[in-house]
Design a protein around this ligand. Structure first.
Ligand SMILES: Nc1ncnc2c1ncn2[C@@H]1O[C@H](COP(=O)(O)OP(=O)(O)OP(=O)(O)O)[C@@H](O)[C@H]1O
Ligand SMILES: [Mg+2]
Length: 278
């Protein structure tokens, strides 16, 4: 069980997140929605401790996440992987190495400095790329991939952390509808098959409705809705996004509901393990 209790974050006089309290049982897929500036990113960043809380506490089971320091904090950041709108890959490094970087917190400093990865780690990295359907890109510089492929690399890197929780901050905001669907399907698959809790900020209401069993709506730093997609009435939507008459659901939606996603990144005849030098 993951718990936030009265979590608040101030930047100077600005209260970005204001006394947020909720629990997330292990294995839930949660979407966080709200207008720009509502505090969604700040909330996620406090969960994996890219930002500290100003007050309140965050617990994962018996662990008080919000007060961790040193090695315990690094262990938490390994257990709580995060992906971002802009992918945050190292563009000049090849895809395989980018994915292997997800192992850094699992390894000794010496091996890390030497940038040496074991055969098992390389096999694991290729497995992660295969799962995301992009193993044939393993030796390309990450910066040469399309946005959708780069986000899949970022997810593969996150999987290498063998996380208990996966946070995603607007993971599809820079992607076209086809790639958005591929990335959201991948997050759902990780949630369902691996039982990993997924918490994702989403700009688009329809994506949250389609993929998340629970939706948390934020406005002005506070939680103003917490429920299932079917409970998200137009009154609730108005409270989250503001009651401006100009708001309708189309403003907050993309056409992610395209039929069969055709994945043309698979190429026949490539031997993934050979790509990893194995
Ligand atoms: N490092 C910072 N320093 C000062 N103010 C900040 C900082 N980070 C966030 N804020 C402020 O906190 C508020 C919440 O920001 P946050 O980025 O969490 O919103 P958001 O809901 O993620 O918005 P968006 O949908 O645009 O990503 C905003 O008013 C923002 O300007
Ligand atoms: Mg944000």
């Amino acid at each position: 069980m993951f718990q936030l209790k009265n979590v608040t974050r101030q930047f100077g006089k600005k209260i970005a997140v204001n006394s947020v309290t909720f629990n997330i049982p292990q294995g839930q897929m949660v979407g966080i929605i709200g207008r720009s500036g509502a505090g969604k990113s700040t909330l996620l960043r406090m969960i994996n401790r890219l930002n500290d809380v100003s007050s309140g506490s965050i617990h994962f089971g018996d662990l008080e996440v919000s007060s961790l320091r040193g090695a315990a904090l690094r262990n938490w950041q390994r257990d709580c992987a995060m992906i971002f709108q802009q992918f945050n890959l190292v563009p000049r490094l090849d895809v395989l190495t980018n994915v292997l970087l997800g192992r850094l917190n699992h390894r000794s400093t010496v091996l890390s400095i030497l940038n040496m990865f074991t055969r098992e780690e390389r096999i694991m990295a290729i497995g992660a790329l295969e799962r995301l359907g992009i193993e044939q890109t393993a030796l390309q510089p990450a910066g040469t991939l399309s946005g959708g492929q780069q986000q899949r690399v970022a997810i593969a890197r996150a999987l290498m952390q063998q996380p208990k929780m996966l946070l995603a901050d607007e993971p599809i905001a820079s992607l076209d509808p086809l790639n958005a669907k591929i990335v959201m399907d991948a997050l759902r698959d990780i949630n369902e098959r691996d039982g990993i809790t997924v918490v994702t900020n989403l700009h688009t209401l329809d994506t949250a409705r389609n993929y998340c069993e629970r939706i948390i709506g934020m406005a002005h730093g506070q939680v103003v809705f917490d429920g299932q997609p079917q409970d998200l009435t137009s009154a609730a939507v108005a409270e989250i996004y503001g009651s401006g008459a100009e708001l309708d659901e189309s403003m907050t939606s993309t056409s992610i509901n395209i039929p069969a996603a055709q994945d043309n990144t698979k190429s026949a005849g490539v031997k993934p393990l050979a790509l990893a030098g194995l």
